[in-house]
Design a protein around this ligand. Structure first.
Ligand code: SAM
Length: 289
């Protein structure tokens, strides 16, 4: 029988179950086995690993995950896909299917129950309409995760893996850098999916930091400064931070602190790294009166 992640394999399952794509769930199924190998290879899954898959669809990626991982937990929102997946993988003892919205699942509990004492790996061809909320939920909630290997829109991958000073670099890039090291694995053209989306995609791997990469007094203030710095890209740091108003400093005092910290009042936020933002946040903490 054809593998699911091929045009023939996918068509056979769609016909067998008379499946109708739900646009609202961002359903674009992977039909390219080479791309699938890249996902599996870059996620470095072994039989020791427990994998959380978000949105298995008809099982294109799931099939390979079941083959390579010790345990696979797939969370799917669409009720029409549940009986298909159940039948497809009924003989796989290492497969568990959860019918739910990933943003409503208690992931901390699920991970503790399914993979006690060992960090899990997340692998997913993400639904595009909620890519960023899913990635941020995985990063921000102190979950026991080792890495996240995901198919996302190319534009999103470029933004998350961008470096300071580039056009794609933004508040979300710096936020992701706080939690993980991003790596762009591969670009994926739109013809690798059924139905074909309107945009190209990319596989992105985020390796979560074991220890924080910056040591900062107040993460709340750090994120406030980052958000403010990118709120108006063309403005200087002094002006964006003043416009934001949350620092409670006069313009003169802030200008002096920015200059003294070595960051510079006329710098633009888009040129600063996470480390620069952390240095600035701590400097403001220590020196403001
Ligand atoms: N993994 C399959 C593949 O690669 O062919 C399907 C990928 S498709 C881009 C996204 C999948 O996520 C769909 O199966 C969709 O129904 C599911 N999905 C959408 N929103 C979801 C949510 N909030 N929680 C869980 N699954 C979701």
């Amino acid at each position: 029988m054809d593998k699911i992640a091929t045009a023939q394999g996918t068509k056979a399952i769609l016909n067998k179950y008379s499946f109708i794509f739900q646009k609202k769930f961002g359903q674009n199924f992977l039909i390219d086995p080479h791309v699938l190998s890249k996902i599996i290879h870059s996620s470095a899954i072994t039989k020791d690993d427990c994998v959380l898959e978000i949105g298995p669809g008809i099982g294109s990626v799931t099939e390979a995950l079941i083959e390579h991982a010790g345990k696979v937990i797939s969370v799917e929102i669409d009720k029409h896909l549940i009986p298909i997946l159940e039948e497809q993988f009924k003989e796989a003892p290492n497969f568990k299917l959860v019918h739910n919205d990933i943003l409503k699942v208690d992931l901390k509990k699920l991970i503790e129950e399914e993979s006690p004492g060992k960090r899990i790996k997340v692998v997913a061809n993400l639904p595009y309409y909620i890519t960023t909320p899913i990635i941020m939920a995985l990063l921000e909630n102190e979950l026991s995760i080792e890495s996240i290997t995901v198919m996302v829109q190319k534009e999103v991958a470029d933004r998350l893996a961008a470096g300071p000073g580039s056009k794609q670099y933004g508040a979300i890039t710096v936020a992701v850098n706080y939690y993980a090291q991003p790596y762009l694995v591969a670009n994926v053209p739109r013809n690798c999916f059924m139905p074909r989306p309107n945009v190209d995609s990319a596989v992105l791997k985020l390796t979560l930091n074991k220890e924080p990469v910056v040591d900062v007094g107040s993460t709340k203030q750090l994120f406030q400064i980052i958000r403010a710095a990118f709120s108006q890209r063309r403005k200087t740091l002094l002006n964006t931070l003043m416009a934001n108003g949350e620092l409670n400093l006069s313009k003169e005092a802030l200008k002096q602190l920015l200059d003294e910290s070595g960051i510079g009042a006329s710098t633009r936020g888009e040129t600063l790294s996470l480390q620069d933002f952390a240095r600035l946040s701590d400097y403001l903490d220590k020196h403001r009166v």
